[in-house]
Design a protein around this ligand. Structure first.
Ligand SMILES: [Zn+2]
Ligand SMILES: [Zn+2]
Length: 399
């Protein structure tokens, strides 16, 4: 394979720590911890930050969150660089040497790589401090559904580390190693969950006329729900809504008192989201009523959409271009319909969520959330290089 370009002025320093950061990454991979349980991981992060001589280490934000503050040589603002630390409740299938030692837990989203790369950047930043202002390295727990990003914000992240802007990075299968995608606007979908219980009069399957059929009502609701995105949401808006859970009786001969469905809604535009929620509530209520049943609706807003503001997207793209050349920075790409709780931080501060390419012909285990996923260690220099390039772009020494 041809080597992707890496134009960082810190190339030699990054190359020198690549093996060490790879060892950290593999150690984290072998010891995965799921949301808010990242005790070992957070301990390693805090210990390393202290070893690097970081000026301040804040522990225990959102239980296991850690923030390190590194002061530069001149006056200036503070920026935040964020990595997520949590693993997923999955069994690892890959037979790599550093495979998970914890049954039913694995790093299948590359947060081991994100944590290791931000630690690598923190080490180099603390070493030469050739920037003005200060850098907060933010290690957050529980990105995979737990909303650790929200909890950190609620527990005063930006008061304790008063960042003017905040920046996120995720490895992104589908983008080649050595490239980045810095998108404007909707980048990761907002996610809501819903659970709807249809309640009625249960009974014997042989005497249906003495019962109300909650399963039939639920089935009508399931077939009506796609009409929300197909017929109610304006065609130029992206909303996807689907039912994933379906529960009725546990035996063939029972008409259950309750039938339940559950699913998710993914969106970018707040008005479209609100419209979809209204329609969902109406369909559930009215369909249940039409079958002489009642709908109990539990609608939960999980993560807001991750919307990259245009000005910061340009800054992120410029930083990435300084590292890999403008030709390797993608500015237009379909958004990802997965959610991301970095959105809670972006709702508080301007910033950018960049996708870092990891695809390479010699790295085959690339699909996120798959049991044979493994972070591509060849991407480590790009992640560290991006963080350094961003600091150079945002906090230049001369100002
Ligand atoms: Zn994930
Ligand atoms: Zn992830």
């Amino acid at each position: 394979m041809t080597s992707p370009v890496l134009q960082s002025p810190h190339h030699n320093r990054i190359a020198a720590i690549h093996p060490e950061v790879t060892a950290w990454r593999r150690d984290l991979h072998a010891h995965p911890e799921i949301g808010f349980e990242e005790v070992r991981t957070a301990g390693i992060v805090a210990q390393k930050l202290r070893q690097f001589g970081v000026d301040e280490v804040i522990e225990g934000i959102a239980q296991t969150g850690v923030v390190g503050i590194i002061r530069g040589r001149g006056e200036g603002e503070m920026i935040g660089l964020r990595a997520d630390m949590d693993a997923l409740p999955m069994h690892e299938r890959a037979q790599v040497e550093h495979r998970s030692t914890r049954d039913g837990k694995m790093h299948a989203c590359g947060h081991d790589g994100h944590t290791a790369m931000l630690l690598g950047a923190a080490k180099l930043l603390a070493e030469n401090r050739d920037f003005s202002g200060s850098v907060a390295v933010i290690f957050q727990p529980a990105e995979e559904g737990g909303g650790g990003g929200r909890v950190m914000v609620e527990e005063g992240l930006f008061e304790r580390a008063p960042c003017r802007s905040v920046w996120g990075l995720h490895n992104f299968p589908g983008v080649p190693l050595g490239s980045f995608a810095a998108l404007d606007g909707g980048t990761m979908a907002g996610i809501d969950y819903f659970d709807i219980t249809i309640r009625g009069q249960g009974g014997h399957a042989g005497v249906p006329h003495e019962a109300t059929d909650t399963v039939l009502a639920a089935a009508h609701l399931v077939t009506a729900i796609p009409s929300i995105s197909a017929r109610n949401v304006p065609p130029h808006e992206t909303v996807t809504i689907g039912v994933a859970k379906l529960r009725g009786a546990d035996a063939h001969v029972i008409m259950p008192e309750e039938a339940a469905i559950g699913g998710s809604l993914r969106w970018f535009d707040e008005e479209a989201r609100a419209l979809a929620e209204r329609r969902l509530r109406k369909l559930a209520t009215r369909i249940a009523e039409s079958f002489d049943c009642e709908a109990v609706i539990d609608y939960r807003r999980l993560y807001p959409a991750t919307i990259n503001p245009p000005r910061e997207a340009v800054l992120a793209a410029e930083a990435a271009a300084a590292l890999v050349g403008g030709d390797n920075v993608i500015r237009s790409h379909a958004p990802c319909m997965a959610g991301e709780d970095f959105s809670f931080m972006l709702n508080e501060r301007p910033g950018h969520y960049i996708w870092m390419g990891v695809d390479a012909p010699d790295h085959v285990s690339g699909r996120l959330h798959y049991p044979d996923y493994d972070f591509n260690d060849a991407a480590i220099p790009y992640g560290i290089g991006y963080w350094l390039a961003l600091v150079e772009r945002l906090l230049p020494r001369s100002t």
